[in-house]
Ligand binder design. Structure first.
Ligand SMILES: [Fe+2]
Length: 237
């Protein structure tokens, strides 16, 4: 039953109708249901144009929806504009440093070498994942406050307070030392920023910094720092 119906439809009327359809303004009929692709080459080409994605809209783009560094009052969360602005500035600093520390963990996860390779390889990746959670929490707090979260690597590199890490592969104790320095820079800022957020009444930012950033970074410092204690392996000294 199906085969005669299929062969009957394209034959006869279809080939004769294709020509006039192509000469008429084919856009309306072809764009609505895609039949243009079956009725003739001319109509089919117009249909393809109609479904073409509009690419390269970043070129000659209109003004951004919000400029970096500005703070909107869009969400009614009961905080003043100066409080939001101060918190967003502090959080973007913590965000840039946390992204940098997170990526340093992944670098060291890949490049670590030596007798402690296995445990450090796993530990570095665990800390990378935990820092990724912090990155998302900080960035979303910035957006809630009406700010714009720093995101891209080149912007993060400009803003971060953590010294640039060489591309080279380094010994495990050097890797650990760089990580501990990064943690300490973040923790010092955390203590300062938590106090300021508390003073300004931004309880959410204070809680994020104390409950998540301080706690996580302190725990990671412990796990990493114990690897560079010069402890005897086989005979007590
Ligand atoms: Fe991996």
């Amino acid at each position: 039953m199906a085969s005669p119906a299929k062969t009957a439809a394209p034959k006869g009327p279809a080939t004769k109708k294709a020509a006039p359809a192509a000469k008429k303004p084919a856009a309306a009929s072809a764009s609505s249901n895609g039949k243009g692709a079956n009725t003739g080459k001319g109509a089919g080409s117009n249909a393809a144009v109609d479904i073409q994605p509009r690419l390269n809209q970043q070129q000659n783009a209109p003004s951004p929806t919000q400029r970096y560094g500005t703070v909107s009052q869009r969400l009614p969360i009961g905080l003043s504009e100066p409080t939001r602005r101060e918190s967003v500035t502090m959080l973007n600093q913590l965000l840039a440093d946390t992204i940098t520390l997170r990526d340093m963990y992944k670098k060291h996860h890949w490049q670590v070498v030596g007798p402690t390779f296995y445990q450090l390889h796993l530990l570095f990746d665990k800390h990378y994942e935990e820092q990724s959670v912090l990155v998302d929490a900080i960035a979303e707090r910035i957006q809630i406050l009406g700010g714009v979260a720093v995101a891209m690597a080149h912007d993060v590199a400009e803003l971060s307070s953590i010294p640039r890490v060489p591309r080279d592969r380094e010994e495990a104790p050097v890797q650990v030392s760089r990580l501990l320095d990064g943690h300490q820079r973040i923790l010092k800022n955390c203590h300062d920023y938590a106090s300021k957020a508390d003073d300004s009444g931004d309880d959410g930012t204070n809680d994020l910094i104390v409950s998540q950033l301080v706690r996580t970074n302190e725990m990671q410092v412990w796990f990493v720092a114990e690897h560079v204690v010069d402890s005897p392996l086989t005979q007590a000294e």
